[in-house]
Design a binder for this molecule. Structure first.
Ligand code: PHE
Length: 473
């Protein structure tokens, strides 16, 4: 969720985070979104449950933390958005990194909006149910499958979602969103805890919880794939490698602590993702066992949140209608506010790059999102034949992101580790007068571990895809 579009925080308001809590809230709000609620559980199911969680936790506490500190510190030091930050640091030749970090969200936003559109559809279905009509959700599996394959529905929903996002950015409802976030975020957390606890009490849930928590490396055939999946997810979930944290950091006060804020952001984001897994994975196991669907149900992929949660809600009886309704209101909110932060990053960059007016830039980004989003929206129906690399378009974009963000992240680490030098970042971290107790860890991470790990996993993946033996893990 994003507390506000980045553009609303103009230069004059650059110091406008009212304190470290305001910053943490804004950054966590950008981080918590569909990545946590929709993407994390389906990847955890796909990549072996506990193994994925273990790898994800290690990566987010080490690599994620390192990168978050780096991006926020670059932003605060340069007082610029990602497009010009590197030039400001005195290395014009590396400014291409800022451009790259801007291009990535331009490719992610369109398909993010498609999933946002799915949430819109579910929101409407629950509204219909609550007012006494038939939402068509009696059979969630059939509902989902016929919806994504429908000729127009997914496209129309995506357009609605995109237009709402762009309208918010144009109108700039800063206060409204900020205040709503303060209420919605805790409510979302409470509901998630409540649903997760209820799910844990269902008969048969234990197998799912075991799968989710206990790593079983023998069930995982390709650890390289798992690490790449977890790494891409971590960058995505923490809104890293897309310039957002650089821009957010540029609005941070010098007297606030970068490391403390980073720890809080990582903790909040990871907590919400873990909760989403607790809500969904056990249900999956119960369903897989009772329907005889077995592994197929567990590998359900992007449809997971949209199929399994409505099943849980319908098992609540009539109260389930309201819980489902509330839940999708909150997911919609989380998705919208994250999309707003991503759209705003694109809009601001397009404005700067082409030197055009804000309104024109919003229109351009909106059209771009709808056109590119159409490929993903129609990818399960109308244009199902079109399968780049054998995947439905939406999953193709999703997978490409897994590769793109680590490349940007590795380049940022190489830049900071070897060109800018880590001491510049560490000095920025000490500006508030705090003691930085992780200097050696940071230097080793940013100079060696991060670039080597990220590049090794990428090379291994590329070799696997092209069938070059020996290198693939
Ligand atoms: N982190 C957001 C999520 O989890 C997605 C996002 C990525 C938002 C990058 C903004 C920038 O859904």
């Amino acid at each position: 969720m994003a507390i506000d579009g980045l553009g609303a925080m103009t230069k004059e308001k650059r110091a406008s985070w009212s304190g470290s809590l305001a910053f943490v809230l804004a950054a966590s709000a950008s981080a918590v979104g569909l990545g946590n609620l929709w993407r994390f559980p389906y990847l955890a199911a796909k990549y072996g449950g506990g193994v994925f969680i273990a790898v994800y936790l290690i990566l987010s506490l080490t690599l994620g933390f390192t990168l978050l500190v780096t991006e926020i510190a670059i932003g605060r030091y340069s007082r610029q958005s990602q497009l010009t930050a590197f030039r400001q640091l005195g290395h014009s030749r590396w400014n291409f990194l800022g451009v790259l970090a801007t291009v990535v969200p331009l490719f992610i936003l369109p398909y993010y909006n498609v999933i946002g559109g799915w949430v819109v559809k579910y929101f409407i279905a629950y509204v219909k149910l609550v007012v006494g009509g038939s939402g068509g959700l009696e059979n969630p599996q059939a509902f989902f499958e016929s919806f994504i394959a429908a000729p127009w529905d997914p496209f129309v929903c995506m357009v609605v979602f995109t237009i709402v996002t762009c309208a918010v950015i144009l109108i700039g409802v800063k206060n409204g969103i900020e205040k709503a976030n303060l209420v919605m975020m805790p409510v979302l957390l409470l509901m998630a805890v409540g649903i997760a606890v209820y799910v844990a009490t269902l008969p048969g849930a234990a197998a799912g919880i075991r799968f989710y928590l206990i790593p079983d490396f023998s069930s995982c055939d390709n650890i390289g794939k798992v690490v790449l999946g977890a790494m891409g997810q971590m960058f995505y979930s923490l809104s890293l490698a897309m310039g957002i944290m650089i821009t957010y950091g540029s609005y941070m006060r010098r007297c606030d602590s970068v490391p403390k804020a980073s720890v809080r952001i990582v903790a909040t984001d990871t907590f919400v993702a873990a909760l989403a897994g607790f809500m969904i994975i056990p249900v999956l196991f119960i369903f897989a066992a009772s329907s005889g669907a077995g592994r197929a149900a567990i590998d359900a992929g992007p449809g997971l949140m949209f199929v399994t949660l409505p099943k849980v809600f319908s098992s609540f009886g009539s109260a389930g209608l309201w819980i489902g309704f509330l839940f999708f209101v909150l997911v919609l909110f989380a998705a919208l506010t994250s999309a707003i932060s991503m759209t705003e990053a694109c809009v601001a960059a397009v404005c700067d790059f082409f030197k055009i007016k804000r309104g024109t830039s919003v229109a351009a980004v909106c059209i771009w999102s709808v056109v590119l989003g159409a490929v993903s929206a129609f990818g399960y129906g109308r244009w199902a034949e079109f399968k780049p690399c054998g995947l439905p378009a939406l999953e193709f974009f999703d997978t490409s992101m897994n590769v793109l963000t680590p490349i940007v992240a590795a380049l940022i680490c190489i830049y900071v580790g070897w060109i800018l030098k880590p001491k510049r970042i560490l000095a920025e971290c000490q500006r508030d007068g705090g003691v930085v107790g992780f200097k050696v860890f940071y230097v080793v991470m940013v100079k060696f571990v991060a670039p080597v790990l990220v590049l090794a996993i990428l090379v291994s993946e590329v070799c696997r895809i092209f069938g070059i033996g020996g290198w693939a893990i």
